[in-house]
Structures are given as C-alpha cells and as structure tokens.
Write a protein that binds this ligand. Sequence first.
Ligand code: SF4
Length: 225
Amino acid sequence: MAEEVVKNLEEGDVGKDIDTVGFLAYPVLQAADILIYKADTVPVGEDQLPHIELTREIARRFNTLYEPVFPEPQAMLTEEAKLPGIDGRKMSKSYNNAIYLSDDEETVNSKVLQMKTDPQRVRRTDPGNPDVCIVYDYHRIFTDKETQSQIDTQCRNAQIGCVECKKILAQNLNRFLSPVREKRREIEKDIKRYEKIFEEGTEKARAVASETMGEVRKAMKLWEF
Ligand code: SF4
C-alpha cells in the first residue's frame, strides 16, 4: 500500500511534508470512515480504488483476528471514473485545478479556457488528438454522443479550433450546472432547514458508529480493560 501511495504522488506533492505519520496513516483514517458505518458499497473515483482495497484488507484482517464485524466494501464507479483537473493533474483543491459545483458561469468559462489541450497541436492548422486532450475527457461526460463524434473528427482533421471546442464544452458544463446552482440558491434561502437535516443525519450516523464500536470492543475483548 505504501508503494501505491508513493506511486500516486504527483509533481505537486514534491516538497510537501509527506514523511509524517499523518500522511502514512491517512488511508487508515479513510478506511475507518467507511468501516465504522459498515458500508458495503462506496462511490469513488478511479484514484480511490487502492484505498478501497486497503479498506477491504483491514476488514478481512480484523474479521479473521477477532470476529466477523465488518463487511468488505466494494467500489462503485461511474462509466467515466476519472476526470482530471484543468491542468491535467489529479483534480484537487490543493492544486487549485478543480471546477466546483458552486462555480458561476463566468468562472466556468474562464477555467475551461485555461484547460490544457493536446500538447502536439501547436497551430490551428495542426491536426489534434482528442485521446490525449483533457478538454475531450470532459466532452465525454458533458457533451452528447453526436457532438462528441463530430468534435473527434473535426479535431483530427484540424477543422475545429481549440477555443471553439472549449466554448462548446463551457456551454455544456454550464447547462449541466445550472439546476445545481438553482438548487443551491434555494437552499441558501432556507439554510436553517438544511442545518436541521444535517444535525439529524449526524445523530443517525453517530448511533450507527457507536453500535459498531460496541461490537469492535466486544470482539477485541476490550471490556475487560
Ligand atoms: S480541438 Fe478540442 S479535442 Fe481537439 S485538441 Fe483542441 S480542445 Fe482538444
């Protein structure tokens, strides 16, 4: 697992304080967050698969050493399980390369225009390759199949410019985000109601966690101490 973590390190991690117990133990913390609620399915992106595998291993180890308390959770991936940040690296808040559900239309337009494209396509007249272009990765999710296929052909034949291609994407992303923004505005108007829902959810989760911890202590015979 440590090898997997090191393999997943990206350029942006260099120089960060990674030789700490906090960094090493973080996957265990994630595993605890899953196992304490006995989740059997976890919706994740492709980057998180090693964490789910480690979680399964921890569950197996505990169940074998003590008593079968934890289910072994399975990952739930969507059809497009990986979406890079606008600079091509892993999408991350710390890299400042993410598109947020809360971004307004102007911000989305500006972020899409900053996206890296096929590095081999230097001039508008150069044919491009959508297979190595981040913009196209997003088109795969946010653009209808027919337009996707048109862009693919036009890109390979230098019949479309990257700016035009990005404008189509920005439009589609904004169309996708529009109802999310609307819902967000509604929630903000009635924030007390949602705070109450969060509090009720926290109480429910706390009760489940407390029950699981009871089973864990019993299995480990920690009552005796
Ligand atoms: S035309 Fe679109 S898919 Fe092709 S390289 Fe430019 S941005 Fe990428």
